[in-house]
Design a protein around this ligand. Structure first.
Ligand code: MF3
Ligand code: CO
Length: 248
């Protein structure tokens, strides 16, 4: 079921999404080598709560933290731990959600820590570029496949692969709503975008092959070949005249 939002509802949603944006900016300024991922998670929880919102990953289908922190070959859903220390040279995905006034916001960034190889930096840049390529020129009446196909073309054009097992998603009163927003597919295919659709567009891309597996903790998703992976996500709203990014 796809829930279309009114402009007033999107105004309310913007509040949750701006808190998510500000939380990621706070993390970007503070994250560094030597900090544990549990500490980053604590910053996130405290910051979101200080803004009067709830960190909606916490308790979502039993997820035990406020943040997903995914280092190097972890694609997404890395669980913060007091035993996991961030190190120079890593790329660290930070994915988080906040809810306030009944609506969710969802966004992710991948942060390079200190001096990082060009190989990893280029991968991180490609995830961000893929997001912008995906939404470029998109408006109501276009199709989901127009976004998916554009993302896939950019990513594969640079020699990377697009994760197949996970997708973006609708978002609103629920963190995950229909439709699924794959990062691979064909332009001109899939359902039509309509005004008031709010979706999280989130390329997850690998330096090596696209295959992934989930660890025994039930959450941590890794690349099967242990090549590095990067993630970039924003919540957006679809209108007749284009896409409005709610988390920038
Ligand atoms: N922010 C994630 C997403 O993009 C949600 C992760 S699942 C959770 O869908 F359990 F960690 F919340
Ligand atoms: Co998401």
């Amino acid at each position: 079921m796809i829930y279309l939002k009114t402009p007033d509802e999107v105004r309310v949603m913007r509040k949750a999404n701006l808190i998510v944006r500000d939380t990621l900016l706070m993390v970007r300024d503070r994250i560094k080598a030597g900090v544990s991922t549990a500490e980053v998670d604590r910053w996130v929880r405290e910051y979101i709560e200080s803004r009067g919102a709830y960190p909606s990953c916490l308790g979502y289908e039993g997820y035990p933290a406020s943040t997903c922190i995914s280092i190097d070959d972890v694609v997404v859903h890395g669980i913060p731990s007091p035993k996991t220390y961030i190190e120079e040279g890593q790329i660290v995905g930070v994915d988080l959600c906040a809810t306030i006034d009944g609506y969710h916001g969802d966004s992710a960034r991948t942060f390079p820590i200190g001096k990082v190889s060009k190989e990893k930096l280029d991968l991180v840049q490609a995830a961000e570029d893929a997001f912008f390529e995906g939404i470029k020129g998109i408006k109501a009446g276009d199709r989901i496949g127009d976004i998916s196909g554009a993302i896939q073309a950019l990513v594969e054009g640079r020699g990377y692969s697009v994760v197949r097992a996970l997708t973006g998603h609708g978002i609103g009163r629920e963190m995950h709503e229909d439709p699924a927003v794959p990062n691979y597919g064909e332009k001109g295919r899939g359902i039509r975008l309509r005004p008031g659709m709010t979706i999280a567009v989130e390329p997850m891309i690998n330096l090596g092959r696209y295959d992934v597996y989930t660890e025994r903790d039930g959450w941590t998703v890794r690349t099967r070949d242990h090549s590095p992976s990067a993630h970039y996500e924003n919540t957006v709203a679809v209108w007749d005249d284009g896409i409005e990014i709610l988390t920038i």
